[in-house]
Design a protein around this ligand. Sequence first.
Ligand SMILES: C[S@@+](CC[C@H](N)C(=O)[O-])C[C@H]1O[C@@H](n2cnc3c(N)ncnc32)[C@H](O)[C@@H]1O
Length: 350
Amino acid sequence: MTNRRSATHTPVMLPEVLKALDVQPGGRYIDCTLGGGGHAAAILEHSSPGGQLLGIEADPSALEVAKERLQYFKASTLLVNDNFTNLQTICIKYDFFPVHGILLDLGLSSMQLSEQGRGFSFQYDAPLDMRVNPAQKQDAAGIVNTYPEAKLAEILKTYGEEPFSARIARSIVNARPLTTTLQLAGLIEKTVGRRGKIHPATRTFQALRIAVNHELENLESALRQAVDMLGYQGKLVVISYHSLEDRIVKQFIQKEARGCICPPSAPVCTCDHEPRLRILNKKVITPSEMELRENPRSRSAKLRTTERIAMRNDTYTIPENESFFDSDVSRGWRRPVLLQKIKMVFLTAS
Ligand SMILES: C[S@@+](CC[C@H](N)C(=O)[O-])C[C@H]1O[C@@H](n2cnc3c(N)ncnc32)[C@H](O)[C@@H]1O
C-alpha cells in the first residue's frame, strides 16, 4: 500500500505564480486549492512580514499535510476544510476579504494520485471511489453502476472528450457491477483496444472524476465568487490541467474583461455589462523546459492571470498616493457592495 505521505507534491510554476499574484509583504491571499501547501508556503514567505493566507482544501487528509507543512506560519494562516464553491461564505465567515490575490491550482495533487485506495488512478487496483472529499455520498462506482447508458455516454463524451463514449458506456452497462479501477480499465481496453502510448481508460477516468466531484460546475462558481472577493488591482491566478478547465477559465476571463456582451447583431447595447477584470497575460503561461524536465506532471499546466479593475458602482476610494496595501483602504474596500448582495440573498430567501 502506498503511503500518502511517501509521495510529495511539487508546486507547479511556483515563480510564475508568485509573480502573477504580485505577492507583497503585508498582503492577504487566498489559496483555494491548498493541496500539500507548496504554493501557500511560498506565498506566506514572500508576503512576510504581515502577510495572511486563507487556505481552502476539500480533502481532509490533504489539509492535514498542509497544516504540518505550514506549521511555521501558523499565526498568519487560516486553513479550512471546505469546497472552494463556498468561497464567498468562507470569506464572510472569517472576515477575510477583500484580498490582494486568489490562487486556484486545479486538479489533484501527486499525493492524491499516488494514494492507493482513492481510485483516481488505474495504476493501482482500488475501489471505484474518486471522491476528493470522502464525506461526499456520490462516488465513481455509483455513477458506473447506476447511471443509464445514455447518461454515462454523455459524461464520457463531455468530460472525457472520449470518441468511443457510446461503445464504452454500452460495455460498462453490460458488465455491471464493476467495483474496481483495474476491472474498469481492463474492460475499456477490451472494448476499444489499445493504440498509441496513452491507455484507453485515461479519458474515462478523467470524465468520471470530473463528474463525481462536479469539478467544472465548482470551477465556474468559484471564479464568479473570486472576482467579488478581490480588492482593487487584486490578482486572480488560475492553473488548469486540461482543455475543459482551461476553456472555462479563458471564457470567464474574456467575458469579465469585456464591456458590452450583447450579441453582435443587437442594434444598441442593452446588457449594461461592465468589465471587472483586466487580462494580464494575453498568451497563456506554460511551464519552462527545465520545469518540464524536473516535474513531468506539470506538462499540461496552463496559467492565466487577471487583475480586478474598478467598476462604476464600486464603493471605495483610493486616495492619491495611497495604496491598497494601506490596511484601512484595503479592509473597507467594496464591503458595502458585498453586504448589499448578501441582503438581497436574504430577502429572496425569506
Ligand atoms: C493540484 S493540487 C494543489 C497543490 C498545491 N497548490 C500545492 O502546491 O501543494 C489541487 C488540490 O485542490 C483540491 N481541490 C480540488 N477541488 C477542490 C474544491 N472544489 N474545493 C477545495 N479543494 C479542492 C484537491 O484536493 C487538491 O489537494
